[in-house]
Design a protein around this ligand. Structure first.
Ligand code: GDP
Ligand code: MG
Length: 441
């Protein structure tokens, strides 16, 4: 993969105190090959390696103490730069509704995105209308209606009067309806084809001219490889777009599409779609993508995943309980289940930077420990869970027997629980956020 190759080329450098010009050549060649294999477009690769070479040569002149580290930083910074730097915000119309049109090939993820973006904007206090202007496939309107329902937003579908069989008419009447009914956002879903096609482009242009969108988002399947370049150029020239959404970043996409589309069109990637569920959606962060490509571990995504798995309401309740010192084993159990939701713990830990040196501990990390903890708590009566101080020797023996563990294991869990509780009280007094302080293991 791209990250492995780049990391591999750095391995040779890491052993050395100083870099020579030929070291840099070797590295640049590796990076170039890696980028090409990751389906990054050739002109983008050229621009990228030229920039890295120039900056690396400068740092070579200064003969810094740790040149290899510097080259890594240069590559990282250059990746961030080419990926577009800071995330741009959506442009909202000064007179609502803000019209957002979606464009892209069939299967790129437009309809799914309509739901994701609709939900995301609704949660930010917008009144959102989705407009079904894909009349190409028989099921497309129905799919948008289902997605709208899941997102909790309204859908404007073709009907006599709204336009039947005419996507441009549906789009126009949808925006009229939104104006009359004080929607703040209109998201227009459009049809795509499997390949680039002049008829599709013309339809998209006609819709664009009818609704005059404030934003046109080009939805690009991150897994499409080298075709990303050609497709991006065709949509840029055929319809034009103001922002890019990369979809299917949850797959084993290697970042090539992200680099190419931005490098070739200059239009920033604004959002990332990372799964089939409506919540699998986030702002695109160039710096995180860069470190993902470099395989430095994506700590921020990790934290966000943890937060997402953690229901917000529950978190609030928990924070309150912590502050009051009334955090119980029941809450602890609920928290454990939240941790489980985040998926395999080993995988989670593996995502953290610098965890390589803890590989041995990782290997020994036993997920069954979580099972044991759960079994112990489940073997307690509700009263015991709420008032652990009543757990005397005979109760502990009963619980150990009931959970198939030992009294020592029960004791050890109770010790850790008390420690975690103290830590949490301490944290909430200090104003810290509820963390994973009680994670067992
Ligand atoms: P459209 O033809 O552009 O409207 O694409 P759809 O929204 O219908 O998506 C096509 C398929 O890709 C559907 O099966 C979606 O569930 C799936 N899909 C969309 N976005 C993502 C994503 O980010 N990750 C994954 N894994 N699947 C996605
Ligand atoms: Mg669709």
């Amino acid at each position: 993969s791209l990250s492995d190759r780049i990391t591999g080329s750095f391995k040779q450098l890491r052993g050395k105190g100083r870099l020579s010009e030929s070291d840099i050549d070797v590295t640049i060649r590796e990076i170039r090959r890696a980028l090409l294999e990751a389906d990054v477009a050739l002109p983008v690769v050229r621009e990228f390696t030229a920039a890295v070479r120039e900056k690396a040569a400068e740092s070579l002149k200064s003969q810094a103490l740790n040149p290899a580290q510097q080259v890594i930083k240069i590559v990282n910074d250059e990746l961030v730069e080419i990926l577009g730097g800071d995330t741009r915000e959506l442009h909202f119309a000064s007179h609502p509704p803000t019209v957002i049109m979606l464009a892209g090939l069939q299967g790129a993820g437009k309809t799914t995105l309509a739901g994701k973006l609709g939900k995301w904007l609704r949660e930010r206090d917008n009144k959102v209308l989705l407009v079904a202007s894909d009349l190409q496939r028989p099921n497309a309107v129905n799919q948008l209606q289902i997605v709208g329902q899941q997102a909790g937003v309204d859908v404007w579908a073709p009907e006599p009067g709204n336009g039947v069989g005419d996507p441009v008419h549906v789009a126009r009447s949808g925006v009229e309806h939104a104006k009359a009914n004080h929607y703040s956002i209109v998201i227009v879903d459009t049809a795509g084809r499997l390949g680039i096609d002049e008829e599709m482009m013309e339809q998209a242009r006609n819709i664009r001219d009818a609704v005059r969108p404030n934003e046109t988002l080009f939805v690009l399947d991150a897994m499409i490889g080298q075709d990303a370049v050609q497709t991006s150029i065709a949509f840029r020239d055929g319809v034009g777009f103001t922002g890019v959404v990369l979809s299917k970043l949850d797959g084993d996409a290697r970042g090539g599409a992200a680099l190419s589309v931005r490098g070739v069109t200059g239009v920033p990637v604004m959002f990332a779609s990372t799964g089939e569920k409506l919540d699998d959606f986030e702002r695109f962060h160039a710096d995180r993508m860069a470190s993902r490509i470099l395989d430095m571990g994506d700590i921020l995504t990790l934290i966000e995943q943890a937060q997402k798995a953690y229901d917000e309401k529950e978190a609030e309740d928990l924070a309150e309980k912590m502050a009051e010192g009334s955090f119980t084993l029941n809450d602890f159990l609920a928290q454990l289940q939240q941790i489980r939701k985040m998926g395999s713990m080993k995988k989670m830990l593996g995502m953290m930077p610098g965890m390589g040196q803890f590989r041995d501990q990782l290997e020994n990390f036993d997920e069954r420990e979580v099972d044991r903890v759960e079994a112990i708590i489940r073997s307690m009566t509700p009263k015991e869970r709420n008032e652990p101080k009543i757990l005397d020797g005979s109760r502990r023996r009963r619980i150990a027997a009931g959970s198939g563990t030992t009294v020592q294991e029960v004791n050890s869990l109770m010790d850790r629980f008390e420690q975690a509780k103290k830590l949490m009280q301490h944290m909430s007094r200090g104003g810290g956020a509820p963390g994973m302080g009680s994670m067992p293991g």
